[in-house]
Design a protein around this ligand. Structure first.
Ligand SMILES: *[C@@H]1O[C@H](CO)[C@@H](O)[C@H](O)[C@H]1NC(C)=O
Ligand SMILES: *[C@@H]1O[C@H](CO)[C@@H](O)[C@H](O)[C@H]1NC(C)=O
Length: 387
């Protein structure tokens, strides 16, 4: 009975591992020039339902890389505060990244040593809607990068910023940890954060308030350690502590003249963001190739063996055949010689003549005693004892 249960458990385990190997797949649509954030939730990777009970304390770490490459593409970064917190893939795609990228994510469950894989298909395309030429970057000192990556805090930031800017659509364009920009890891004191740079874009021009904050006068005051010129009410203040000395504004409303646009048709294909290079080769069947490789030499070897066997066994010139092909006179000649030789041999064996002394073993002349032939001459005494 126990054996039956063992078998069932084995089959279930086998079925679960087979299920594991099936990759989960998700398709995402990052936009060029806009922040892309993908949260790697433990729930997505842990196997329900048995793991859900331990979810809050589950330790999972992730490794993500571009398919066929060891690391992530240049625009995409990965961060995770601790194994019990979710991981994030985030970054801003540039125009060169347009098209299709496949990210493979492996999750390692630190408690059960399970691994799960997921494939993220990123279809990177140009954003629709108006251009966002007015861009401002803020250093938020009160947050770590993981704390502004989820959509709730970043939209709260945009709402709060809307109070400072002309009304219009505000979008987060880029998020960077201050550590990636030369910031320092804070002391482990409650409330100290690494800080994060948030870049925001809008179609509407900067407010006078923002312009004044980023003006050279303001920078000069900052350099002297004085607070900058903030002429308006800091609507971000309670939640987000912005370093008003590190605001930078970029105005891209005047298009920069583009030089050297490659002409289409001259070896340059028309741009197609959804062009998928044929990366996935169709499965090839190597059985015929293998059979040909093995069978042809085998067949040749077999043919040669048969040929050799035929030559050796069937084409052999037997004794009878050779005798038949020889002339009678020659045969008589041969057999006469053979017969005579045989007769001579028999006669030689039977003749009764004493053998010459030289052929006899050594003997004593006086006593006539014959010594058995000495085998080893080294043992024969040189002077024979004569008494
Ligand atoms: C986003 O910020 C990072 C870090 O500062 C920078 O390397 C990257 O070029 C930025 N991306 C875009 C599209 O500006
Ligand atoms: C903030 O801006 C000032 C002046 O522009 C600069 O010296 C300083 O390094 C900046 N701080 C950080 C953390 O980037």
């Amino acid at each position: 009975m126990a054996a039956v249960f063992d078998w069932i458990a084995l089959l279930v385990a086998l079925w679960l591992t087979l299920g594991d190997t099936q990759l989960q797949q998700a398709t995402l649509h990052p936009l060029v020039g806009h922040i892309f954030v993908h949260t790697l939730d433990h729930e997505t990777f842990l196997r329900p339902p048995e793991d859900t009970a331990v979810l809050p304390s589950a330790s999972v770490t992730y490794h993500a890389h571009l398919q066929g490459h060891p690391d992530l593409p240049g625009w995409l970064r990965y961060t995770q505060r601790s194994p019990t917190k979710p991981g994030f893939l985030y970054g801003t795609a540039t125009a060169e990244d347009r098209g299709r990228q496949i990210i493979e994510v492996t999750a390692y469950n630190r408690d059960t040593f399970d691994t799960t894989q997921q494939k993220l298909v990123l279809l990177i395309q140009d954003p629709e809607g108006p251009r966002l030429p007015y861009q401002a970057e803020f250093l938020v000192r009160s947050h770590d990068v993981e704390e502004v990556l989820p959509s709730a805090p970043s939209s709260r930031f945009l709402t709060a910023l809307g109070g400072l800017w002309e009304p219009g659509e505000l979008r987060v364009l880029n998020i960077t940890s201050a550590l990636d920009r030369g910031g320092r890891v804070p002391l482990p004191i409650e409330g100290r954060k690494e800080g994060v740079y948030i870049k925001v874009g809008s179609a509407s021009p900067f407010s006078t308030c923002l312009k004044m904050v980023a003006s050279p006068d303001s920078h000069a005051r900052c350099a002297q350690g004085q607070p900058p010129l903030l002429s308006c009410y800091d609507t971000l203040a309670p939640h987000f502590r912005v370093d008003w000395c590190n605001v930078s504004l970029v105005d891209k409303s005047v298009p920069v003249p583009v030089d050297e646009v490659p002409t289409l048709g001259d070896g340059i294909l028309e741009y197609d963001p959804f062009f998928c290079p044929p990366t996935e080769a169709s499965a090839r069947d190597f059985l015929p190739d293998a059979l040909v490789t093995l069978l042809v030499p085998l067949l040749v070897a077999l043919l040669l063996t048969l040929l050799l066997a035929y030559v050796m066994c069937c084409r052999r010139e037997g004794l009878l055949k050779r005798d038949l092909a020889t002339s009678d006179i020659q045969m008589v000649h041969h057999s006469t010689i053979l017969g005579n030789t045989e007769e001579l041999r028999q006669m030689a064996a039977s003749r009764e003549v004493p053998r010459p002394l030289s052929t006899l073993p050594m003997f004593n002349v006086r006593t006539g005693e014959r010594l058995p032939p000495r085998v080893d001459s080294a043992q024969v005494p040189l002077i024979l004892d004569q008494h």
